[in-house]
Ligand binder design. Structure first.
Ligand code: F6R
Length: 610
């Protein structure tokens, strides 16, 4: 959940590091720091708070260094403070490291190192890495070997980057279960937690694999595994451009990403589902025979990705007539789920790094289940763990709240559901072609919904002072109610709950009082009539009713105080359109309450610890 960056080359390193840390700030922003070699010593600057504090603190610093490392932190071990900020130095002060992840055996390692004379200055698990590397350097190893040998002693998840002022022309990185990507420039090299810091300089990257270490110097890149065996670097090109990683004129990344959804959905569908109803999902590595052998599907995910799974369950069961179970990933692996080679486990994670989802997929593989994952990040840890991968192609999502990654996850799940229905003969080719045609209409319909943003904003600003919101839905609207509530609470810090509308009378209705906003997902469905009765019950108790509804639906107009209109589409595809007003509602309430929607407090974009 921290962001790390390293540079070696001809440029002045400090601006490269600071710019890189700014673009990684969504991964963590409670403190930041840099280490740069200067005249045989390391200059280390660290500050509590956001990267801007660090930028201010380095304003007068020398700019002549051509290598360095930097870090922006999301605290996991040791409170957010300057002394716990990275980089952490060894006892000589010449060597420093930055770390992303968790060192599970840090207490034992610290005891051994202290007994060996090492002096610690922070309360973090990460500092043990600096001293371990130091111990190996003292024993005669060069920096690459020292980092590799240290990595072998660490338990947990980590990406580390190290620098030694006595050899300022090289930086070294290593990873196990945490992301690290190398950027290859012309005589200059970069290391970072993701591609955002590299994009201003290069699109040529090497995704470091689990258990690899790399040394970067102007002479080139050397990659070894933790045993010291050389690996040839295998590079690939990043299709994302620099602009895609910036705000493109929107005030916040979240709003930009909400507006990118029509494009993202087109990219997700392109090449996989054509308008004539043909599906091409070779990347699944699942033949029709494999699918015929599957008798049950488990979906595992966390947060909004879990809601994507709930939405998909309705479609899978109705289209493919196959039982689907869904779990939050943190529960799945500890409850002894019954899996077999006939089970397909689908993991959903936009980042591809969520510790619980990753562990759930590993668990499933150990139980001989087949696995497919849906992720937005090419080369992410989860993409390397599963039998098949469906990439969402949403482009980088910088806002902490999932928006375009969620809608594209749902699209991928629907394609998977259609693939199953086709292979199982559960849906006629005509019916499947109709769904695909409806799906291809969605991007344009999403544009229509986005064009009505000012209406959502007006409603949001009116209700922004409310102390709590309820979201209700039935059928596929139920997970949307949960998602609407999650989005609102995570970015505007207002209490919000999402319920199955039929459950209202079993408890939640007690929360309803005069003026409490109740947001109902009231688009066309086989249970709309029943939902309208539930809305009436809330209205009779004084609630202010906001409905997401389809154009011209008179029944809804009669019960709603406010209507957020979406175009008509098939019931099961309605989440694609209904999610947009819910996202915009959360965004505008957050703005009206003075909250930063891109960086909600206590949250990080990538949750790499349990
Ligand atoms: C909510 C949100 C989180 C993530 C969750 C899973 O807006 O973004 O709830 O959905 O942390 O993350 P991934 O999909 O990266 O596994």
């Amino acid at each position: 959940m921290c962001g790390i960056v390293g540079y070696v080359g001809d440029r002045s390193a400090l601006p490269v590091l600071l710019e890189g840390l700014k673009s990684l700030e969504y991964r963590g922003y409670d403190s930041a720091g840099v280490a740069l070699p200067l005249d045989g010593c390391l200059e280390v600057v660290r500050r509590a708070g956001k990267v801007d504090e660090l930028i201010a603190a380095t304003a007068g610093s020398a700019n002549g260094q051509h290598s360095g490392i930097g870090h922006t932190r999301w605290a996991t071990c040791g409170e957010p403070s300057e002394s716990n900020a990275h980089p952490h130095r060894d006892c000589t002060g010449n060597l420093a490291i930055v770390h992303n992840g968790i060192i599970e055996n840090h207490v034992q390692l610290r005891q051994e190192l202290v007994a060996g004379g090492h002096v610690f200055h922070s309360a973090t698990d990460s500092e043990v890495v600096a001293h371990l590397v130091e111990a190996h350097v003292n024993a005669g190893a060069d920096l690459l070997d020292a980092v590799r040998l240290a990595a072998r002693e660490l338990h947990g998840s980590f990406a580390i980057v190290a620098i030694d002022a006595r050899n300022p022309g090289a930086i070294v990185g290593a990873r196990v279960d945490a992301p690290l990507v190398l950027g290859l420039g012309d005589g200059e090299y970069f290391l970072a937690s993701d591609v955002a810091p590299l994009l201003p300089y290069t699109r040529r990257v090497v995704w470091l694999a689990d258990g690899e270490a790399a040394q970067l110097s102007p002479a080139g890149v050397r990659i070894v595994d933790l045993e010291g065996v050389e690996h040839a670097p295998s590079s690939s090109e990043i299709a994302w451009d620099r602009e895609a990683a910036e705000k493109a004129g929107f005030p916040d990344f979240m709003l930009k990403e909400i507006h990118e959804q029509p494009r993202a959905l087109r990219d997700t569908l392109r090449g996989r589902a054509d308008a004539s109803g043909e599906l091409t999902l070779d990347e699944l590595a699942l033949s029709p025979e494999d699918i015929a052998g599957v008798d049950k599907i488990f979906i595992v995910a966390c947060g909004s990705s879990y809601h994507a799974g709930l939405v998909a369950k309705y479609a899978f069961e109705r289209w493919a007539r196959i039982p689907v179970e869904i779990d939050v990933a943190s529960e799945f692996r500890y409850r002894d789920p019954v899996l077999s080679p006939k089970t397909l486990v689908v993991g959903i994670s936009q980042s591809g790094e969520t510790a619980d989802t990753l562990a759930a997929i590993r668990y499933a593989r150990r139980q001989q289940a087949r696995t497919v994952v849906i992720t937005n990040v090419v080369g992410s840890s989860i993409s390397r763990e599963a039998d098949g991968v469906l990439y969402t192609h949403a482009g980088p999502e910088i806002g902490v709240a999932a928006t375009k990654t969620l809608t594209t996850q749902i699209a991928c799940l629907w394609l998977l559901g259609l693939w199953f229905s086709w292979a199982r003969g559960a849906l006629s080719p005509e019916a499947a072609a109709e769904v695909i045609a409806d799906l291809w209409r969605c991007p344009e319909q999403m544009e229509e919904v986005l064009a009505d943003d000012s209406r959502v904003r007006e409603v949001a600003e009116r209700f922004a002072p409310a102390e709590g919101f309820l979201f209700i839905g039935r059928g596929v609207g139920y997970p949307l109610a949960m998602e609407g509530a999650l989005k609102l609470k995570e970015i505007s810090y207002v209490h919000a709950e999402g319920f199955a509308a039929g459950e209202m009378k079993h408890g939640p209705i007690a929360l309803i009082d005069k003026g409490v906003p109740v947001v109902a997902i009231a688009t066309h469905s086989r249970v709309l009539g029943k939902l309208i009765s539930n809305i009436e019950e809330a209205r009779a108790r004084g609630a202010s009713i906001v409905c997401v509804a389809q154009k011209g639906d008179e029944r809804v107009l009669e019960v709603a105080g406010d209507v957020l209109v979406v175009p008509q589409t098939a019931e099961l595809l309605s989440p694609m359109l209904d999610l947009i007003p819910l996202q915009l509602l959360a965004y505008h309430v957050a703005k009206a309450r003075g909250c930063d929607p891109d960086r909600p407090r206590n949250l990080a974009k990538s949750v790499t610890v349990e």
